[in-house]
Structures are given as C-alpha cells and as structure tokens.
Design a protein around this ligand. Structure first.
Ligand SMILES: [Zn+2]
Length: 960
C-alpha cells in the first residue's frame, strides 16, 4: 500500500506543483536542521535556553544528593536546560567507577546503576524500560554509554522520543561527565490517525515548496517533544521522511497522531549542508597603506568537483559528507572575471570544513595580489554602482579585468571599451590593479560609457576622467583619489577637494587635470547635500545626480543643466529645483554655473559702442536679478564700478549707483574721435565679477565720433565679393549661414539671421591643423582721411599659443587673440556675447592708394578646437570730425552734413551721423541671454591665471 501511495504521491506532486519561485534558486544556504513548527502553530525553539548555576527548584534536592555523594561536592558544574529542566551536562571531579574503561559490561552495569540511583536528577519519571541502551563506545580512553529515551503510547507500546537521550562518560575508571536531554514524560493517548493519512498530510505540506517529493521513510509512530514559546510537551506523532527536489531537501515531517484530520506538527530538514566562507586578503587602498580581508562574493568554486558560487558574504555550502570538502578557488565568477596578463591565473586548492573561514592571501606576490585585488575591488565597485543604477545591464554582466599588463611607462590603467586594464609595478608606481581607487576609476569609465544616452550625452574625455574619479569618491567618500598610487607613500594621485575653475584650469593636454573641475564640483555638491540632507540621503542624491548627468552631458560645462534637469520636480528651471542652492554653490565655485551666487544673481549690461561726440558724459546701466530668492546665499550686489581708458591714454575709474534693480553711471566726456575701452566690476559678497566675461579680452570698445558707412554688409542677403580660402588651396571652413550654438558659437546672429563664421553647422568647431580665412572685397574709401573697421564678433579660440585668430588690413596684422607662450596655456579667448570691435585702419592704407581689404583668419594646431570666428554687421566707416565751431554735435546738425544714408532696418548697425548708437536691446533678450552675459569671471582668478602664465613660461614647450 505504501509503495503504491508513494509513487502516486510523487506523480501528483510533480504534476500539481508548478516550479515555484524557490525552484529557481540554487539550494544555497539550506536549513541547518532543527524542528520547524507547522504553519499556524507556536514557534519551536531554535537553540536550547541554557545556563549554568543554581539548579531548577524541582531538581534542587536531587542535585544536592548527587554532589554530596561525591568526594568533592563543590567541583561539579551543571549546564541546565531552562525549558526541559534537564542537566544537559554535568562535570566535575569524577566518581570512581572501577573497570568501566576496560569492560563494556562493567560500564553498562555501572551506568544503569548510577541512572537508577540518580533518576530524579537525570531522567525523572522515566522507568528503566524507557531508557534503551544505544551506544557503549570506547575512543582514545574515553568511554561513552548512551541511552535513548522511549515513551509509552496507549495501545501502541513504547516509541522513540525524538531527541530524548541520556549518557555518561568514563575516563581512567571514573565517571566524570553526565548528559541528560530527557524530555519529561506525559501520558500519550492512542493514535486516531492511520499511517497512510499521515503520509498524505505530510506530503501536501512538502508540496507547497517542492515540485517533486518522494517518500523515503515511515510513517513511524514517535513521541515528539514540542519545546518553545513557553511550553514543553510531548505528542504522539507519525514521522514521515520525504526526499524532495526543486529545491533539494529531505524532510522529516511529524503529523499529529492524536488528530483524525492529519494535522502536521513540525518538520525537520535532514540534509546537512555544510557551509564555509572564503575571503581574500587585499590592499585596502594600496599595498603600503594597509591590507584587510574582504569576503569573496560571487566567486566560482569547485567543491568536491561540483561548480558553485559564493554568495554576497563569500559563503558557500555543500552537502555534508562528514569529511572536509576539497575546494578549488580562482579569480573568476559570474560578475567579475580576472584574467592575469603576467602568467597563469591564480588558483588555490583548499580544504573546507563546516563553519570554516578560508582566507586566500598572495600579498607577497605582485601578480597574484593584483588578481585578488582586482577581483575584490572590481566586485565591490560593481556592487556599489548597482545601488546607483540598478537596471544598467553592464552592472549585471561579467566585468572583465586584465591586471599586470607589461608597459614601458607603467603608472597607468585604462578602460578599453570592454575591459579594465592595469599595468605592472615599476620603479615609481604600484601595480595599478593593487590600488583600489584606480580600479574604481577605470570602472567609472565603463559606467560612463554604459550610462550615456546616445544623441544626448557623449564620452567627452575630461568629463570621462571626472566620471572615473567621482565613481571612486562615491565609494570611498574620500576626496583624495588613489592614495598610495606611488610607491612608498600615501600621496593621492588627484585631489577632488579643490578649487579648479572653468575655464582657467582647462589643461590643453591632460583631460585628467581638466576633469578636476567637474570632479571638484561634484565633491562640493556631495558635501553640500550631505550637510543639507544627512550622509545617507545626501550621498545617494549626489550619486543619482552624478549618474543622470553622465547620461545626458556631452562635456563638463553641459553638466550644470543636466544636474538641474535631474533634480527638477516641476519642469520649470526658472524657479530652481529642490536642491538648486546646493547645486549652484558647488558649481559656481568651479565656474560651471552661469550666475554670480547661489541665489542665481545675474547681471545684464548692454555695452555702448559708437557715441556721438560732445554729448558726454555717456550714461551706462547694469541691471541685476535674483533668480532663486529661496536660497540662503541670496546676497545683494554690494557695488558696481567701472574702469576705462582712452586708447593710448591714461586710465580712469567710476562708480555706478543703485536705482532700484539698476545701477547707473557714466563714461566721461572725451574728445571727438576717441577710442575708449571699459570694463565693469560688480562686487557680490566680497567677490568681484567682471564684464565682459572673457579673460583674453576683457574690455568693451567704444568709439566717440560721427561716422558714415563706406561699405557695410550684415550678411543677410548677399556676400558678394567675399572669398573663403584654406591653407592648402581649398576653401577652408568659413561658411555663410545661421550659427547653431555648437562648440561655443552663438545661438543667433547679432542682427537678422546670418553670419560669416568658421564651420557653422555640425560640431561648429574649426578645422584642426589648418588655416581658414574670409576675405572682404576690396573697398574703395575714396578721399576719406579716417577709416575704421567696425564689426560684431563672437570668437572662441584656443590660447594663442596654439591657435591664432587674426585680422589683417591690406595684408598687415591689425588684431590677434591673446595667448600665453606656454604649452600649458589656458588663456582661451571665449566671447560670451556679441562683442563690438573698432579698429582704425587708416595707417594700413598706403599713401597714394584708397582701398582697404580685410581678412579674418584662423590658424589652428592639432590640439583642441573651439567655435572660431562668427562675424556680423561688418562695416568700413569713415570718421568725420565735428566742425570746430560746433560745441555740441546735435543729431540735427550732423544729419545735415549730407553723409550717406544710414543702413536700412535690420541691416548694419553702424552709426548714422550724429546719432548716438548704443546697441538696441536684442529681440527676445530673455533669461538665457541674461545668464550668458553674467558668466562669472572673478578678478582674483584672472590674477591667478596671470600667475600661472608666468609659472608656465618656465615649463617645456612640448605639446604632449
Ligand atoms: Zn581615466
């Protein structure tokens, strides 16, 4: 009957139980045994509740009688089970027991006699028949005599008590250890359940978690102690053992024999899964800065020939054989695969016993340690990144790490688009796989690559280096990046707690150095957000903003908008974002936010350009606006001042006074025909901000005098007579069209739609290692005595050491962008607004001639390219000195001088005679324009740039 029942059960379970979620998991860490109460029943204790010391009151008399029968009563100790009251272990001076070691019979006789004499202590209320001898063992001079507890069930005789036992130990013919795990007996009524029903009841419980279960033993009637939750009781039960699969288990199930419905009481996992853990010894940050042990998580192992992986704690388990398991360890797992580049993969044969902690160290072997370090730190940073981007597939695949590559330079590591690569130790630097932060940094490159949304973000080099450094910082929470990179010291490779500032600290040759600007901003953001929100949420938000910025940013300057977009909660950035103040504070410090303080203070100024003579002093106005008044750092503008000088003359200064949100002041009256230059300085919270914002050209141009156009072209309808040329007989990269805002180009023309400029579409950047030029028609100036070039320019070009933007008049240079003379020069010319240029070209018109031809040229090298020239509203004008008799040149008087008509609407903005021309406010001059104008450039930083220029002049001129 049972055999048929068994196969029927196995079949029905196999059909009825779909693979459960459990079935998808490896056995992993299985139950280590112990009784588990059936659902709905009070929990059973997992471990005994024990203590030494005073016996329970009910055993006090028995304990006293036992100890006083001994020659040394005070020598005895007892460990009491506080639930069953049994003396789990009693040990002391010992009691003479002649012949018990040599003779099993003498030992059994002594044991039975002793148990009878001290039954009240060791097995109260049991009868001799309820203790069945099950062992009489001699091992290395220690004899053990052991009895199993039985219990009487009405109508069924004696049955085993599960876990009930009592035993004694002899050595040197002395009884010196006693052990009782006797369960207090109680009357057990006759079973009401038949065994087959018990098996079915047991099987249905097991079927809840296993697809397949096969009857292995039973049903057998037993007495089951239920101990726990404040109760100790003995119940008659059927014990049924099933082998189960999916997942593998062997369950002993106990079904209440006194119930007629087959209620399960408890079950016990009988398979003993041994477990051990494995850890690797690896450098904490670098070999000379301390080592520790790290759990080796998700590591492939062979255990007794079977493949398995460690869990997140480095633990692994296997089915017990009672013998130590043979374990083979390597440096690969499902998530990280280390491939040694200096020989065979590190491997180790170990032996593991249950509960053991294995430790693998190759600390004295560079290539071995590099593999262990790569595995540990690769696993750690990958797990950390999963907390930032849980769904990124890259973080769930197998990370390839290639340590100990041979390289003549060393001191480096790289991400090759698919794997982390590390170089061997040399005379200066550690093997880079042994430097934790370098592993994190290279991993950050992979994270960046996998984060980018195509068409939005990009793998910009300096942004990428900052991404790597910030990944390391995100994990270590230490602004010192890669301490111990160099041998024999704690010096970090880079410092993220810095003041690196855009654009002054751009390095033309090292994206790691440029990356410090964004890395510094992200460190400051982390500090601000942890101060604002606390360490946990602050770091988590910083990491999330970091990730979101990498997804959508294409360069360091573009990160500000992306950080705001990620932080925003209402699709409106004009009112800020929940953390805009912290973000602004961090990004302002590094020149990456387009305002003057965290509250979003912006300054706007419409520069003066051509002024009528005799009408001075000339008013000028600066307006300020606070975009985010909710920020604590909403500081007002303290002061606005002015510095100016006449070309070839002395300097002067002035002060603007506040009128509402405006500041007003004047440029002084100057003689007719004067070129003036001026700069504006706003003091905000102790910092000075300068307009115009361009360290390479920080003065606005003004011409005071009546001018008449000779030739003007606003580049809207035609560029007749203009020629574009390249340095190799080609056309170069000049184009005629609408600028698109790429690579530093403006978003829009100064007037109308079109401009002339170096490459206006696509990347917007000028050609590398090339010469391009735009040359005007030959312009006849007739009899004019004072001829000037007046043009609007928006120029972005690398430091003049590398790239030269030059204006020629009749082949002679009349202007060139500033430059350092250093290979590390960072004095890029970056216009942030349409700038008015005014140059007297009269000296370049040879005597006896009456023509002028203007040429705009850009000569570039192979290093960084920017947007180049953008030109609009080009004019050659003549200055007509005001008549000597006239004290003031009125508009009416000048227009009566009969010069050429002013340019038409929407055309050239050149001055009509006598008309004071300040630039008209641009159509749609909105927030964006205001913000662009206000780009923070601090005087103190300009001074620092100058210092650096000095310092760098001493450096080598290599362009590495
Ligand atoms: Zn890197």
């Amino acid at each position: 009957l049972l055999r048929r029942l068994t196969s029927a059960l196995a079949l029905s379970l196999a059909v009825a139980s779909p693979a459960s979620a459990l079935a998808q998991r490896a056995p992993g860490r299985a139950s280590s045994g112990g009784l588990e109460a059936a659902p709905g029943l009070a929990a059973l204790r997992v471990e005994p509740r024990v203590s030494y010391g005073a016996p329970p009151p009910s055993r006090r008399a028995a304990w006293a009688r036992f100890t006083h029968a001994s020659a040394s009563p005070s020598s005895w100790q007892a460990l009491w089970d506080r639930d069953t009251l049994a003396p789990l272990r009693i040990f002391g001076a010992g009691i003479p027991a002649p012949g018990t070691v040599a003779s099993p019979h003498a030992a059994e006789a002594h044991a039975r006699a002793f148990l009878d004499a001290h039954r009240d202590l060791l097995a109260p209320r049991t009868t001799p028949a309820e203790l069945r001898l099950v062992a009489n063992d001699l091992d290395a001079g220690l004899r053990t005599v052991a009895f199993e507890q039985l219990a009487r069930v009405d109508g069924a005789g004696l049955v085993p008590v599960v876990g009930g036992r009592v035993s004694v130990r002899y050595r040197s013919d002395r009884l010196f250890v006693l052990a009782s795990e006797i369960v207090p007996p109680s009357p057990l009524p006759a079973p009401r359940l038949d065994p087959a029903s018990a098996a079915i009841a047991a099987a249905s419980w097991i079927a809840e978690a296993h697809a397949v279960a096969t009857l292995r033993e039973g049903p057998e009637l037993v007495a089951l102690p239920l101990v726990g939750s404040g109760r100790v009781e003995l119940r008659a039960a059927y014990r049924v053992v099933f082998d189960a699969a999916s997942p593998r288990a062997r369950w002993a199930v106990y079904v209440d024999a006194a119930s007629d419905t087959g209620a399960p009481l408890a079950r016990e996992q009988l398979l003993r899964f041994d477990q051990a853990t494995i850890a690797f010894d690896a450098p904490v940050r670098a070999p000379q800065l301390g080592r520790t042990t790290f759990p080796a998580r998700a590591l492939d192992l062979q255990v007794d020939g079977a493949a398995l992986d460690t869990d997140d704690a480095g633990a692994f388990s296997w089915m017990s054989t009672g013998m130590p398991a043979a374990v083979t360890v390597g440096v690969a797992g499902p998530l990280v695969h280390v491939v040694n580049q200096a020989g065979a993969a590190a491997t180790s044969a170990e032996s593991a016993s249950d509960g053991q902690s294995l430790l693998w160290s190759l600390a004295d072997d560079e290539y071995g340690d590099a593999q262990l370090s790569a595995f540990i730190h690769g696993s750690k940073i990958q797990a950390h990144a999963r907390t930032i981007a849980p769904t990124m597939p890259f973080l769930h695949g197998q990370l390839q790490i290639l340590p100990s590559e041979a390289d003549p330079q060393g001191c480096n590591a790289f991400w090759d688009g698919g794997a982390l690569n590390f170089f061997r130790q040399n005379g200066m630097c550690n093997n880079t796989a042994r430097v934790a932060d370098v592993v994190y940094h290279e991993f950050g490159h992979g994270f960046h690559q996998n984060a980018v949304i195509a068409g939005a973000g990009a793998l910009d080099p300096s942004l990428g280096e900052a991404a790597g450094d910030t990944m390391a910082v995100s994990y270590t929470l230490d602004a010192s990046m890669a301490p111990g990179f160099y041998l024999n010291g704690p010096m970090p490779l880079r410092q993220l707690d810095n003041t690196a500032h855009w654009p002054e600290d751009i390095s033309a040759w090292d994206p790691h150095e440029t990356g410090l600007i964004w890395g510094g901003a992200m460190w400051d953001l982390r500090r601000n957000l942890t101060e604002e929100l606390g360490p946990g949420p602050g770091n988590a938000l910083t990491d999330q903003l970091y990730y979101q910025a990498l997804r959508r940013s294409s360069s360091i300057p573009t990160t500000y908008a992306e950080i705001l977009a990620a932080d925003d909660d209402d699709g409106d950035l004009s009112n800020g974002t929940p953390h805009v103040c912290s973000i602004n504070r961090a990004f302002l410090e590094h020149g990456l936010a387009p305002m003057l303080n965290e509250a979003g203070l912006v300054l706007a100024h419409t520069p003066l350009s051509v002024l009528a003579p005799g009408e001075g002093p000339y008013p000028l106005e600066v307006t300020s606006k606070v975009l985010y008044p909710q920020c604590a750092g909403a500081k007002p503008v303290d002061s606005i001042s002015l510095s100016f000088h006449q070309l070839g003359g002395g300097p002067g200064t002035g002060t603007l006074t506040a009128q509402g949100s405006s500041w007003v002041g004047t440029l002084p009256s100057v003689p007719d025909g004067t070129s003036l230059r001026y700069s504006i300085f706003a003091g905000v919270g102790g910092d000075l901000t300068e307009l115009p914002s361009n360290p390479a050209d920080d003065e606005y141009r003004v011409f005071v005098g009546d001018t008449v156009p000779i030739y003007c072209n606003d580049f809207e309808s035609q560029i007749d007579g203009w020629a574009f040329s390249g340095g190799k007989g080609d056309k170069g990269d000049f184009a005629w069209g609408a600028p698109a805002g790429a690579s530093g180009d403006p978003d829009a023309a100064f007037s109308g739609q079109k401009v002339l400029g170096d490459r206006l579409s696509g990347s917007g950047a000028y050609n590398a290692a090339h010469t391009s030029a735009a040359t005007s028609p030959v312009i006849d100036v007739g009899e004019e005595k004072h001829v000037r070039l007046q043009v609007r320019r928006w120029l972005t070009v690398q430091d003049g050491f590398y790239d030269q933007a030059t204006i020629y008049a009749n082949g002679q240079q009349i202007w060139q962008n500033a430059g350092t003379d250093s290979s590390q020069g960072g004095l890029d010319h970056v216009d942030a607004e349409w700038r008015f240029e005014d140059i007297d070209v009269t000296p370049y018109i040879a005597p006896g001639t009456s023509t002028v031809q203007i040429r705009f040229e850009l000569v570039s090298d192979k290093t960084a390219q920017r947007g180049g020239w953008n030109l609009d509203d080009f004019c050659i004008v003549a200055w007509h000195p005001a008549p000597p008799s006239s004290t003031s040149s009125s508009s009416g008087a000048s227009s009566s001088s009969g010069g050429p008509a002013p340019a038409s609407e929407g055309g050239c903005a050149c001055a009509a005679p006598g008309r004071r021309v300040a630039d008209e406010p641009r159509t749609g001059a909105a927030l964006a324009a205001l913000m662009a104008l206000a780009a923070a450039t601090r005087r103190k930083r300009a001074a620092r740039v100058a210092l650096r220029v000095q310092r760098r002049r001493a450096g080598p001129r290599s362009r590495a």
